[in-house]
Design a binder for this molecule. Sequence first.
Ligand code: NAD
Length: 312
Amino acid sequence: MKVTVVGAGAVGASCAEYIAIKDFASEVVLIDIKEGFAEGKAMDLMQTASLNGFDTKITGITNDYTGTTDSHVAVITSGIPRKPGMTREELISTNASIVKSVAENLIKHSPNVILIVVSNPMDTMTYLSHKALGLPKNRIIGMGGVLDSARFKYRLSEALDCPASDVDGMVIGGHSDTGMIPLTRLATRNSVPVSEFLNEDKLNDVLEKTKVGGATLTKLLGTSAWYGPGAAVSAIVQAIACDTKKMFPCSCMLEGEYELEDICIGVPAIIGANGVEKIVDIGLDDVEQAKLLESVNSIDKTNGILSEMNLI
Ligand SMILES: NC(=O)c1ccc[n+]([C@@H]2O[C@H](COP(=O)([O-])OP(=O)(O)OC[C@H]3O[C@@H](n4cnc5c(N)ncnc54)[C@H](O)[C@@H]3O)[C@@H](O)[C@H]2O)c1
């Protein structure tokens, strides 16, 4: 299993680190446009191998895709992150052309690669990658919901005063402050609905804190977070590498599922060796379905900018 991570910045390096620590990949290639940056991050990470007990070989490259040849999975984290007060959507003018050229370069050298798109605005960058490459829809996966779900579980465990491992829950919809839909109705503590323990006010508080999870960290850190995003990406890469068929909310190209067409948005998906092996159509109630449609409309608007930029 060879994994390429494009962008050796905060998220890319964290992603490489978690993949290596989990020790399921033979090789991770970090690539960045900043001269020497990926090489430096790779060397620093390799010097943790004997300490952390992994055998994954991590190499770094400055902007030469020949070293990415025949990657099984490639993760796109290249582009700028948001600063405090910014929305993810505001990044489109810089990130869209970066993501498009990176995706094209990756596919040139690894025609069978499965792509995981992380750069923001992620749902639109995933849509752009589908449109630019025309790959089968199972081979392009947007990562947002796995992170948002982890943040949801963190906030639930905080409210319940219990370990996060006691909690199960999922966030679907767009990867944006307003578009994400934490499914509080379905969240459980060891299979007991969380509504048995938390009243409506407390559940609403969890929901609101989850939705601004990224913005809260951006305000504290001065840039967007990296440990959570890196760990979330590594979970998807592991599901592909080990063909686990785990279900994660991922941004997938929809062709009729949830009565939606031609949109990439977070929905539950089974992830295995072929990427998205199945989109799982769970029964949403009327409120959740209405929120999903609202989220779709907002992503559609951002997707419209891609045509204005002549990228699709
Ligand atoms: N989907 C998610 O859940 C999620 C979570 C966190 C961050 N993000 C997004 O991930 C992206 C990266 O965030 P970060 O904090 O790592 O930023 P960062 O600035 O630390 O790293 C980005 C890296 O990309 C590199 N880069 C820029 N253009 C490139 C190109 N053409 N080819 C190769 N490398 C290039 C930069 O040199 C930089 O090292 C941002 O767009 C951010 O918004 C997404």
